[in-house]
Design a protein around this ligand. Sequence first.
Ligand SMILES: *Cc1c(COP(=O)(O)O)cnc(C)c1O
Length: 375
Amino acid sequence: DTLSIHETGVEARLAGAFATIDLRALQHNYRTLAALAPTARTAGVVKADAYGLGIAEAVPALAAAGCDTFFVAWPEEGRALRKVSPHARIYVLGGLFGREAAQAYAEASLIPVLNSRRETAIWEGFCSTDGVAHACAIHVDTGMNRLGLTFEQARTLAEENALTSALDPVLVMSHLAGADQPDHPLNQRQLETFTAARQLFGGVEASLANSAGIALGADFHFDLVRPGIALYGGLSGLDLQPVVCVEARIVQIRTVRAGEAVSYGAAAVVQRDSRVAICAAGYADGLPRALSGAGVPLRAVTGGGHGFAGGRRVPVLGRVTMDMTMFDITDVEDGALTVGDRIEVFGPNLPIEEAAMAAGTISYELLTGLSRRHH
Ligand SMILES: *Cc1c(COP(=O)(O)O)cnc(C)c1O
């Protein structure tokens, strides 16, 4: 059963940090997003090893939920995905670096997203030598200014291709720069430009929306939607479930007297006699150092992150170190936590977006930054 959670075995007993991935929640989120865009197909964006979760587990689960189209960032990710998924449609968002890359795309049946005139020329040259117009996607920039042809370049390309048929575009796409801000005027401008751009490539599937773009409404859905972060539970407000639960094992509990400091720099001084849980995960595991905190009450370091243990939030105390993080568990009932128990860093009890905000970052960075140290 690919959906069982493997918590047994020597690796679990020796591990300090745990990342539990709920594949049923992943599937729930896929179906929820697909239902929000009923007139479009729903692809899965699985770049960066499925946002750190692991394509070997995430992709079969998504496929079982009905997903047959995937996006990755770079060709090496596409090749790895092809091994997991022999028949899926795989788009590679970037990385048609040269003619050799084109050959590798064809060998693994990867569809390149062509982002510039240089890249359309590379693919045209490759197809003409090969004698086959291999499938490709055309990316038109509509206001993000990261990748993509300008509207004018897209128009020229479409006119040329109508004569030569040198390319076989199967998707025309663009990317929203600020879909997470629904009222930002750029969304509407990008929608208008994209609506015009897709007309240039008649009969070709069109795709604009990432996760937050799905929430902008049906106008943004076109033929194919491309959610990433929402699949992994990193976007609030759409009835999505948390997918990843990160926990750290308590390796020691110590008493710290009022007036003493905890961790590097003596930056957190406790104001009362405190119980402190030393946990086996630090910045080398992907817990941002920016979660460092002063505990309760605050002094010297302000802000900071929390964990969840013993039925309540427990503040990070002092600086996060490479391998360990300290939590102030003074307010947890005596005896409720012992060495070997785990403190949740984010998950069902502590939303990932909240943990990300405490660290001054976004859920994407927390997920993709999780290290391979986790069991
Ligand atoms: C990463 C990415 C997505 C997915 O974005 P989310 O915000 O994670 O849903 C979609 N399209 C492109 C071009 C991307 O780079």
